[in-house]
Write a protein that binds this ligand. Structure first.
Ligand code: AP5
Length: 227
């Protein structure tokens, strides 16, 4: 039997990565973050990483053909029975159609798309406060601080700011989201698989709402599922 395929959709800083880790972790699902794959390619100094850098540092999207090729290759490495959570992909209608084609070939489909949303001011504050460990663990100086300032709890390494988290780049990323990615809301509504979850709540509360939306457990009373 094929595992579930879930897409986390939403603007920069809304918590896709945070919730993608939580949803995948306890179930041994694959968490496929195109942002993380691109950052790993940059760190490794590959041709893909060099090509992606110019787009990422300006807050622009990396071209569809590059992203679709990257995801297609990555999916080949995953067993068909493993659940998958996509975070930051698809981000354009072209990418969504390509994902459908790849999944159809594999006898799979997008089972649920969870749209997380939050007020723009809160998104900017979350991004301003985000600090990342080289091991991938993400903190927030306002909402989820490490035990010792500036240092990863798990590895003791210094925490860093993402290069694309500068204020001007964040504004560009938000504009790109509204222009190019937001149309996916209508795309997935048309397919009857979209659930909206309020991304402004507490992390665990949102996690429960997403689990409920995906059909993994009942959403708790008063949880932030909107439709
Ligand atoms: P990507 O890495 O995907 O960035 P993004 O979509 O802009 O999203 P973020 O990672 O900024 O935010 P998030 O929603 O994951 O929030 P997080 O959980 O970290 O993409 C980066 C770039 O790569 C793109 O600009 C583009 O250039 C390129 N790219 C990637 N995918 C692409 C694609 N498919 N096509 C083309 N180009 C692509 O949370 C943010 C902070 O808030 C954290 O500090 C966290 O601790 C905190 N937080 C989270 N939830 C809560 C909560 N409930 N309460 C309080 N704090 C919270």
């Amino acid at each position: 039997m094929s595992g579930k395929v879930v897409v986390l959709l939403g603007p920069p800083g809304v918590g896709k990565g945070t919730q993608g880790v939580r949803l995948s972790r306890d179930r041994s699902w694959a968490h496929v973050s195109t942002g993380d794959l691109l950052r790993a390619a940059r760190k490794a100094g590959t041709e893909l990483g060099r090509r992606a850098r110019a787009y990422m540092d300006r807050g622009r999207l990396v071209p569809d053909d590059v992203i679709v090729g990257l995801v297609r290759e990555h999916l080949r490495t995953l067993p068909a029975e493993q659940g998958v959570v996509f975070d930051g992909f698809p981000r354009t209608v072209v990418q969504a159609e390509a994902l459908e084609a790849v999944l159809t070939d594999a006898g799979r489909q997008v089972d649920r798309v969870v749209l997380l949303d939050a007020d723009a001011e809160l998104l900017v504050k979350r991004i301003a406060g985000r600090r990342s460990s080289p091991n991938g663990r993400v903190y927030n100086v306002y909402f989820d601080p490490p035990k010792a300032e500036g240092v990863c709890d798990e590895t003791g390494e210094p925490l860093v700011h993402r290069p694309d988290d500068l204020p001007a780049t964040v504004r560009a990323r938000l504009d790109v989201y509204h222009e190019v990615t937001a149309p996916l809301v209508g795309f997935y509504e048309g397919r009857g698989v979209l659930t909206r979850v309020n991304g402004e709540g507490e992390m665990t509360e949102i996690q429960q709402a997403i689990a409920g939306a995906v059909g993994l457990s009942q959403a708790v009373a008063g949880s932030p599922v909107l439709a």
